[in-house]
Design a protein around this ligand. Structure first.
Ligand SMILES: [Zn+2]
Ligand SMILES: [Zn+2]
Length: 148
């Protein structure tokens, strides 16, 4: 069986990565932090096992949020010791559309009135219940309590 490999990178091309296999989870987040970091109304990210991920180039980070120091593209959340998975902003995948669909949406109380819910996706007014993050040892910097 062929395992799908997806490639992605930043806008300027200094950072390139690949992910092997399907993600463990796909999520759309409307939290205040995701709005700020992306400059958009929400982010869409997916989580892959660390061993499925490869990267070339250097990234900088702010508060655990990794970006290309040259062009500023937001790419992924930098992993901490003990993390088993990595969270990637899937707008940086080369394929557009990326054909991955969010399984849930969080911080929907911050969702713009003109953005429709993703059909079939679980809806959480604030952060997701703890059990949906059981694939990750640490809660990560994203979308946590201070994202009011
Ligand atoms: Zn770049
Ligand atoms: Zn968020």
């Amino acid at each position: 069986m062929d395992v799908v490999v997806r490639t992605g990178g930043c806008l300027c091309g200094a950072v390139r990565y690949s992910v092997r296999g399907e993600p463990a989870h796909v999520r759309r987040c409307h939290c205040a932090n995701c709005r700020k970091e992306s400059g958009s109304a929400f982010t869409v990210y997916a989580i892959w096992p660390l061993e499925a991920f490869e990267m070339s180039g250097d990234i900088s980070s702010f508060d655990g949020r990794g970006f290309c120091p040259r062009c500023g593209s937001r790419l992924l959340d930098t992993s901490e010791p003990g993390d088993t998975h990595i969270e990637i902003r899937i707008g940086t995948l080369d394929d557009a559309p990326f054909d991955l669909k969010p399984e849930d949406e969080i911080w929907v109380k911050r969702r713009e009135s003109w953005i429709l819910p993703v059909e079939g996706a679980a809806q959480y007014n604030e952060k997701a219940p703890r059990d949906t993050r059981s694939y990750d040892a640490s809660p990560g910097p994203d979308c946590s309590g201070r994202s009011e």
